[in-house]
Structure formats: structure tokens, C-alpha cells
Design a protein. Sequence first.
Length: 128
Amino acid sequence: MKQIMLTGFAVAVVAGYAYAHHSFAQYYFEDRSVTVEGELVRFDYQNPHAWVYFDAKDEQGITQQYSAEWANPNRLGRDNISKDTLKAGDRIVVSGSPGRKPEEYKMHLKRIHRPADGWVWPASRNGR
């Protein structure tokens, strides 16, 4: 009986952690995509996910600060992205899933492009 209870508890803890950590659909419309162009304000290269903050105009032409939740630093590091890859003032084009609360101007980042030098993430299969 004790073994069954311990196993049940372990499963519940792992399931709860997985749900809490991988619940992007709870916060973003993962079946939708938006693209926003703006100027980078800040790049937080942190765990559990990096964040990109940028100023861009909304649908009414008013400048808003957007935030885009990116991958974790381990994954980004494997793609040669460091805390210095993006700098304040960079012009960026960000595509991703929009947040469920439009007034928060959040998105789940799926693609980011810096037109000035052609840098893009994720890189295409041919290395660009």
C-alpha cells in the first residue's frame, strides 16, 4: 500500500510540474500566429525562458511594449544565442502565438528576425 501511495504521489508531482512548465496553450493561442515589427528594449536571457521586450505600434498606431516568451537558455545556447546576441535598439521582426489577454501584448516567440544583418532564429535548414 505504501509503495502505491508513493508511486501515486510521484506521478502527481511530475504531472503537475510538466503541466505547469509546458502549459503554453494556457497563456497563448498556439493555433494562431502574429508578426510584429519593432525596436528591442530589453533581452532577458534567463531561466526558465528568455524574454524579448520590444516597442511596436498596435493596431491603432499607438506604441506599446510587447513581450515575447522564448526558449530556455540551454536550447538557445545550442543555437549559438547568448545574452549578447540581441541589443537594445535592434530593429526586430517577431512572429509567434498571441497571448490570450490582448491587453498584455504578449506572445510565444516562434521566429525572430533582425533585418539589419539578416540574422534569423530558428535558422533555416540550409544554415541561414
